[in-house]
Design a protein around this ligand. Structure first.
Ligand code: ATP
Ligand code: MG
Length: 212
């Protein structure tokens, strides 16, 4: 019923890591009926989910028209449909944003990445105008380094963006998150990764609150 799309025109900001952890959290921890659409030709999320053996259906769809047709049909089957977009704002991303209730924008705290996040926000706001405020958008900092000036400046900047909720929870740079894909797991399956799991837990609750 609720489509949540990980979106940013920038590659490597954490869309797929967030999508895979979110899918695990929704399915295993929150016991929700979910489905994933991997709209990125690289297929990172589908490969990750195969490795997790979750029993969550994952559809690989990259064609814009097919996304526009299939997402509204597939969302009827589940409580949450998580979309992982490719790292660009092409037609496919536009089509997922035309069907999504929530756009989640991960951003890494560097000047250039903040600029590309602002471009993603601009695209989301154009679509919000045409869809009476949808998708609602939330932005969060991924790969933050504790107690750095860059992190504080990035937080300040995000809080000033109009039309977007700046999520309070930061996802810090953590080795466990970087290792999870190759180990075919998530932070919940790793020893010593409780801090990372707790951060994701708080962020994902914020996303669900926005989705209400
Ligand atoms: N919080 C984090 N801490 C450490 N490493 C991270 C974190 N988030 C993501 N990474 C690493 O950063 C890299 C990029 O992440 P990811 O593939 O999730 O980004 P993406 O936005 O999906 O990229 P693409 O646009 O290429 O699909 C990966 O190697 C991933 O393991
Ligand atoms: Mg990706």
């Amino acid at each position: 019923m609720t489509v949540i799309a990980m979106t940013n025109l920038k590659g490597g900001v954490g869309k797929s890591s967030t999508a895979a952890h979110f899918a695990y959290w929704l399915s295993i921890i929150k016991k929700k009926k979910i489905l994933v659409v991997d709209a990125d030709g690289q297929g990172s999320t589908s490969t990750w989910l195969e490795g997790l053996d979750l029993n969550v259906p994952c559809h690989r769809i990259t064609d814009p028209d097919t996304l526009a047709e299939e997402i509204p049909r597939l969302e009827e089957e589940v409580e949450y449909l998580v979309v992982d977009n490719a790292g660009n704002l092409g037609e496919a991303t536009r089509c997922t944003l035309l069907t999504a209730k929530i756009a989640v924008i991960p951003v890494t705290p560097s000047g250039l990445d903040l600029m590309s996040a602002a471009t993603a926000v601009k695209m989301v706001r154009q679509i919000q105008k045409a869809r009476s405020g949808l998708p609602k958008a939330g932005i969060f900092i991924n790969r933050g380094m504790k107690n750095t000036r860059l992190l504080r400046e990035a937080q300040e900047l995000l809080s000033q963006l109009e039309g977007v909720t700046a999520f309070k929870q930061i996802i810090y740079q953590r080795q466990a998150i970087a290792d999870a894909f190759l180990q075919k797991t998530t932070v919940w399956g790793m020893k010593g990764a409780q801090d990372g799991a707790e951060d994701y837990h708080k962020l994902f609750n914020e996303i669900l609150r926005l989705a209400k």
